[in-house]
Design a protein around this ligand. Structure first.
Ligand code: SAH
Length: 331
């Protein structure tokens, strides 16, 4: 990670570190740093595909853009398309992918070469065409966006100082103090700006946004900044640009924000509840019969719904331009 500055505010550090990280590493899978849900089990992308089709068939029924933010290796949309391609009319569907990493864009373009009308951009403003409704999916995207972290009831803020190859955190008087009841408070201004942008879109055109990420649903503070490298937690400032730097998503704040923008919010609910309502357990039982090693297939797949693993840590929230109930959210 290269920075001309020797002192950076935490969000600036996180932005630079992650931009370098995603541009230079292939972080996914056994040889990478972490597994995401689509990488662990094909049923994840398949069920999201079927969910999107159901939403389209009941709420949209006209030409649509499927948008994905931060598609990683492209696995989710590849499974999405394999499971649903016979349902969509190819002239009625187009795909738009937001990706900032040139190397991941190349991997996605190979993986998704069979998708009809598929476009890439690194500019959020150009991601959602305004001439038709959209269905947007973001899995483990928000957690990678840079946070600010306030301490001592909002009066101090975390900065980092360069020290040879690593960086050292220190507290500095907060320029714009955050009043709050928590000793430590995190603030994801990019995620908040993104939600505002998406809500503005939803006011002008029919659409739905599906957000899946690790995070919390109650109004709480605390330090959730973490770095992962080679499947291990490492100190967040020891591997600039060489470790995945993330923070838990504050679904409470994002949900309030979307409601304030007069959009309809569904959830947040546990990932386990969402996937099980879409038929996850039946689907993985069926797939396990064809798996080379059914036992290890089921072990990986069940992580996604295990309440002691991703099933409860991950939350699912949707924001829509319409009031109707959505599949997966109604108990
Ligand atoms: N959704 C994928 C990958 C999640 S990792 C999966 O579930 O497997 C985060 C993804 O978001 C990567 O593709 C990364 O390159 C991309 N990304 C991170 N920050 C971004 C930004 N600011 N703009 C666009 N893409 C970004």
């Amino acid at each position: 990670m290269i920075s001309p500055k020797t002192e950076l505010r935490l969000d600036e550090y996180m932005r630079l570190s992650n931009a370098y990280y995603y541009a230079h590493r292939n972080p996914f899978g056994a040889s990478g740093d972490f597994y995401t849900s689509p990488e662990l089990c094909q049923a994840f992308g398949e069920l999201i595909g079927l969910w999107a089709y159901q939403v389209w068939e009941t709420q949209i029924k006209e030409s649509v853009t499927i948008v994905e933010l931060g598609p990683g290796r492209g696995t989710l949309l590849s499974d999405f398309w394999r499971a649903t391609q016979n349902y969509w009319c190819p002239t009625q569907i187009q795909f738009s992918l937001l990706e900032s990493s040139p190397s991941l864009t190349q991997i996605q373009q190979k993986m998704l070469s069979n998708l009809p009308n598929c476009h890439w951009t690194s500019d959020i403003q150009k991601t959602i065409p305004s001439d038709r409704p959209f269905i947007l999916i973001a899995n483990e995207f928000l957690d990678a966006l840079p946070i600010r972290q306030f301490h001592e009831n909002g009066t101090k803020e975390i900065w980092v100082k360069k020290n040879e190859q690593t960086w050292i955190p220190f507290l500095q008087e907060a320029g714009d103090r955050k009043s709050n009841d928590h000793p430590i408070l995190e603030c994801n201004e990019e995620a908040e700006a993104l939600i505002k942008f998406l809500c503005a879109k939803l006011k002008n055109q029919k659409g739905i946004v599906l957000l899946i990420d690790y995070g919390y649903v109650e109004n709480k503070g605390g330090d959730s900044l973490q770095a992962i490298r080679n499947h291990q937690f490492v100190p967040p400032f020891s591997f600039p640009g060489e470790a995945d730097l993330t923070a838990h998503v504050n679904f409470y704040a994002l949900s309030l924000l979307a409601q304030k923008q007069n959009c309809f919010v569904h959830g947040p609910i546990l990932q386990a509840a969402f996937l099980n309502r879409l038929g996850f357990s039946e689907r993985i039982q069926f797939l396990s019969q064809k798996a080379k090693n059914p036992h290890s297939f089921l072990r990986s797949a069940r992580c996604l719904v295990d309440p002691t693993a991703m099933g409860a840590l991950f939350k699912v929230m949707a924001i829509s331009s319409f009031h109707n109930e959505l599949p997966g959210f109604a108990p």
